[in-house]
Ligand binder design. Structure first.
Ligand SMILES: C[S@@+](CC[C@H](N)C(=O)[O-])C[C@H]1O[C@@H](n2cnc3c(N)ncnc32)[C@H](O)[C@@H]1O
Length: 238
């Protein structure tokens, strides 16, 4: 029987790890630089897969008042409410439960969507990523911007390991389980060309896709939390 690729996210120990990151790590230097470049402070933002509110908390504190943070995991949602409410009690109301593959919002509801820290790549498979990207595209207004990141198979610290992998017939190259402070987590590592193609298949226009290490120098907290990843900024073509 195949392992459940989603259960990791519903565990309290996982949410505690992400709540610590929300408070201790906060917004990374690269995330901050790109988000400020592509999202004016007035942007109506939907964050999907928000975890315990690391990015939403950083954006609200930076002066982005229109952020709605969502996650499919009830445990993550509860922790995110605590993490945001600790800074400002009213911000606890800016969190709600949503599955990115079937969002409850009407078409064209947001000017920006964020799926930070390899979140898209933690979905169970290509079919789920495709559904998520179509939903994100649907809820964006024309001209709206999508920000996400993905573990990169060709660049960064694991490139040599990946280049030696020869998957079995029933396995997908890039799929793997990683140890964490709680249970192992499933994540897909992609090439830049693959993720750009998945974004384009959902009708996005990819504006840029730099490696995080080429965008900014991160502090040690962020390096330990996220390592090197590739950022993607894509827009809904008008
Ligand atoms: C790698 S974590 C990233 C957390 C957060 N964005 C951050 O940067 O700290 C991935 C997040 O996606 C959430 N997630 C997984 N599947 C989801 C789904 N189908 N819909 C919405 N969120 C999902 C998980 O619960 C988890 O919080």
């Amino acid at each position: 029987m195949s392992r459940d690729r989603t259960s990791h996210w519903k565990e309290v120990a996982t949410a505690v790890h992400y709540a610590r990151a929300a408070v201790q790590v906060g917004l990374g230097a690269g995330e901050k630089k790109l988000l400020q470049a592509y999202f004016p402070p007035s942007t109506k933002i939907l964050e999907v897969g928000c975890g315990a509110g690391r990015v939403a908390r950083g954006l609200l504190a930076l002066g982005y008042p229109q952020v709605l943070a969502t996650d499919f995991s009830p445990v993550m949602v509860n922790f995110a409410r605590e993490v945001l409410g600790e800074l400002n009690p009213a911000w606890a109301n800016l969190v709600q439960q949503e599955d990115v593959t079937q969002l409850s919002f009407p078409d064209a509801s947001f000017e920006g969507v964020i799926y930070a820290f390899n979140g898209l790549m933690c979905l169970p498979d290509l079919a789920h990523r495709t559904r998520a990207l179509r939903e994100i595209y649907r809820v964006l207004k024309p001209g709206g911007v999508f920000f996400c990141s993905a573990a990169d198979r060709e660049q960064g610290p694991f490139a040599t390991q990946w280049s030696a992998v020869n998957p079995a017939k029933d396995e997908v190259l890039g799929d793997s389980w990683h140890d964490t402070p709680s249970s192992p987590v499933f994540m897909h590592s992609s090439t830049e060309a693959e993720t750009r193609a998945e974004l384009e298949a959902a009708d996005f226009k990819v504006l840029t896709s730099p490696l995080s290490s080429d965008v900014a120098v991160e502090n040690q907290f962020m390096k330990d939390f996220a390592g090197v990843t590739r950022f993607y900024i894509a827009s809904k073509i008008i």
